[in-house]
Structures are given as structure tokens and as C-alpha cells.
Design a protein around this ligand. Structure first.
Ligand SMILES: CC(C)(COP(=O)(O)OP(=O)(O)OC[C@H]1O[C@@H](n2cnc3c(N)ncnc32)[C@H](O)[C@@H]1OP(=O)(O)O)[C@@H](O)C(=O)NCCC(=O)NCCS
Length: 171
């Protein structure tokens, strides 16, 4: 799919969006088998800790229909300027209409414009490879199958090491 089937605008979250972001995240992950049901609280924890580097919402003209979060990560080799993408959430009834893809593309563009060196994420290789993410063996994340942890280099050289997310990811 090239662009959203539903016309949307994307903007940074604003005060007052917190509840709808919580509701969309909860609804999007409700039936996901890899979810621990904590993603909506995770976004709140990141916000509270000042770790929501980027928090974008997609609006269809009348309501917010999607959300994406970016937060800082550490890489054990000390590389600076790296971020984690996710969670990404789209209301279940409007999924598969290009909204999630538009949010991912805009988040990548915004982070590139802000001078980020790279982005990592945990997710389906099938879905995220279309945005340029790939499995990079030298960037590791403990736990899930290695190929689900993917990397997009934006600038500079590929780091090497284990990734640690912002504290909000760990409860
Ligand atoms: C993943 C998600 C954000 C994608 O948003 P979306 O608006 O539905 O995605 P798009 O319409 O841009 O893209 C749809 C495409 O992605 C594919 N896709 C969507 N979710 C996928 C998944 N979990 N695994 C593999 N492919 C997926 C669809 O097959 C579709 O492919 P096609 O265009 O070739 O038919 C959304 O489905 C969602 O909120 N899912 C639940 C929460 C989640 O899993 N978030 C991601 C992990 S952080």
C-alpha cells in the first residue's frame, strides 16, 4: 500500500490526548498474542518519565485513530542518538488502511530530521522490512527470537551491542 486509504493528518500529541492514546493502545493490543496487556500503561510511564521523545497521533478529521511512540534506548557500546520505536497502535476497525504505515514513515522522517542516528524495534519482520528495518546480528536484544529485533540506521556507522530500552519498558 502506498498511502492511507483513509485521509489522515499526523501531528504530535497535545495535552488532552492522553486518554484516547491510552484507549487506542489498549484496544489495538487486546487480541495480540505477544502482548502482555501493559502497552497502554507503558506509554503513560514513558510520558511521565519524560521519555516520550516522539509521540504522534493520526487523526481522520473527527477523531484520533492511531498513535506511535519513540523513546531513547541505550546500546552497550555507548553509541549515542539511538531510539526505540513502539508501541504503534491503530483502532482495530480501521487497521489495514495504511494508518500504521503512515505513522511509522512519519516517525522515521521526524527522527531523521532531528538528527537521530538510528531506530530499533521489536516486531514482525514481514511488516517492518517495508520501512527499511532489518535484522542486524550485531545489535542484540535479550529474550525474543533474534530476527524480531530490527534496526534502521539513519546516520553514521552501525553500532554493536545489546539494547536497553527506557526504564518505562521494564515496569
Ligand atoms: C501493526 C499496526 C500498527 C499496523 O497498522 P495498520 O494501520 O493496520 O497498518 P497498515 O495499514 O499501514 O499496513 C497494513 C499492512 O501491514 C500488514 N500487517 C499489519 N499488521 C501486521 C502484523 N502484526 N504482522 C504482519 N503484517 C502486518 C498487513 O498485512 C498489511 O499488509 P498489506 O498492505 O501488504 O496488505 C496495527 O495493525 C495495530 O495496531 N496492531 C495491533 C498492535 C500492534 O501489533 N502494534 C505493533 C507492535 S508495536
Amino acid at each position: 500500500m502506498i498511502g492511507p486509504e483513509i485521509p489522515i493528518t499526523i501531528r504530535p500529541e497535545a495535552p488532552g490526548d492522553e486518554e484516547i492514546i491510552f484507549a487506542i493502545t489498549e484496544a489495538a493490543f487486546a487480541d495480540m498474542k505477544h502482548s502482555d496487556g501493559d502497552e497502554q500503561h507503558l506509554v503513560d510511564r514513558l510520558r511521565k518519565a519524560g521519555d516520550l521523545t516522539l509521540s504522534l497521533v493520526a487523526e481522520d478529521g473527527t477523531r484520533i485513530v492511531g498513535h506511535i511512540a519513540i523513546s531513547p534506548v541505550k546500546i552497550s557500546d555507548g553509541a549515542k542518538g539511538w531510539y526505540g520505536l513502539g508501541p504503534v497502535s491503530v483502532w482495530p476497525e480501521v487497521q489495514r488502511a495504511g494508518i500504521g504505515g503512515a505513522l511509522v514513515k512519519r516517525a522515521i522522517a521526524d527522527m531523521r530530521a532531528a538528527g537521530a542516528m538510528g531506530i530499533v524495534l521489536l516486531g514482525s519482520p514481514e511488516y517492518y522490512s517495508r520501512f527499511g528495518f532489518q535484522y542486524v546480528p550485531q545489535i542484540t536484544f535479550p529474550g525474543p527470537p533474534a530476527e524480531y529485533f530490527q534496526t534502521l540506521l539513519l546516520d553514521g556507522e552501525m553500532p554493536s551491542g545489546e539494547v536497553t530500552y527506557a526504564p518505562g519498558f521494564y515496569g
